[in-house]
Design a protein around this ligand. Structure first.
Ligand SMILES: C[S@@+](CC[C@H](N)C(=O)[O-])C[C@H]1O[C@@H](n2cnc3c(N)ncnc32)[C@H](O)[C@@H]1O
Length: 217
């Protein structure tokens, strides 16, 4: 999902495997590998030296994008953190609200939080993709700023653009979100204080169910 030919900034890089892959395969001309921790940056230093790409991958200690300047990259990747943290880090960086800045996220949890952030703040979700590695299922989402805030169906933050994918993994990923919400619905069904939440969740679940039945038909 990273657009080729553009400098990439990887936030939460740890071993810098992603910047190394992008540079070694000629996808990105150069990269900024950033992390909040000194230990992960030390891992990154070892990788870029081992791969002989220390001149192309700059390492930076940074909490989110706090230490990154607007003109330093065009592609921004956040992988392996929770969606809630990703939404907070992206929301803290005003200059990402620029149509030329392209964002790719791969949240480990709370994918709905990052989709919610995007659609409520004028970002358009372009594409989503799901893969399996070592028995775990992962989703990646790419987006850019348009400034336009559109209306979306009730369940959109749980299926996003995966609704247009017909592959088994995308369907499985959305089914997992649905089953989590159904369990939550069951857990609150007898709570008189949560009537409103219950009704909202019911309409979210019926939207997701409809989308899944369209994909499966
Ligand atoms: C599980 S690792 C993911 C590494 C790599 N991105 C991947 O997907 O394989 C998460 C990394 O995010 C870093 N991290 C956590 N919070 C951060 C923040 N606020 N800013 C930058 N990096 C952060 C951690 O130090 C850690 O190295």
């Amino acid at each position: 999902m990273v657009c080729p030919g553009r400098r990439v900034c990887d936030i939460g890089t740890d071993h810098a495997y992603l910047p190394a892959y992008l540079v070694l395969n000629g996808i990105s001309p150069s990269a900024l590998a950033c992390d909040i921790g000194k230990g992960p940056l030390e891992n990154a230093r070892k990788s870029v030296e081992a791969y002989g790409i220390a001149d192309k991958v700059e390492l930076r200690l940074s909490d989110g994008l706090d230490e990154i300047r607007e003109d330093e990259a065009q592609e921004f990747v956040f992988c392996g953190m929770g969606g809630t943290l990703m939404a907070e880090l992206i929301g803290r960086c005003e200059w990402l609200k620029n149509p030329d800045k392209h964002i790719v996220v791969q949240p480990m949890s709370h994918i709905d939080d990052i989709r919610r952030y995007f659609i409520k703040n004028g970002f358009e979700i372009e594409k989503e993709s799901v893969c399996v590695d070592s028995g775990h299922i992962y989703a990646a989402v790419s987006a850019h700023y348009t400034g336009e805030i559109k209306e979306y169906p009730a369940g959109y933050i749980y299926y996003g653009e995966l609704a247009v994918n017909t592959d088994t993994l995308s369907v499985q990923y959305v089914e997992k979100q649905l089953s989590r919400l159904q369990k939550h619905l069951k857990g609150i069904e007898n709570n008189p204080d949560l009537r409103e939440e219950y009704a909202e969740l019911q309409s979210v679940i019926s939207d997701i169910t409809e989308v899944l039945s369209d994909v499966n038909s």
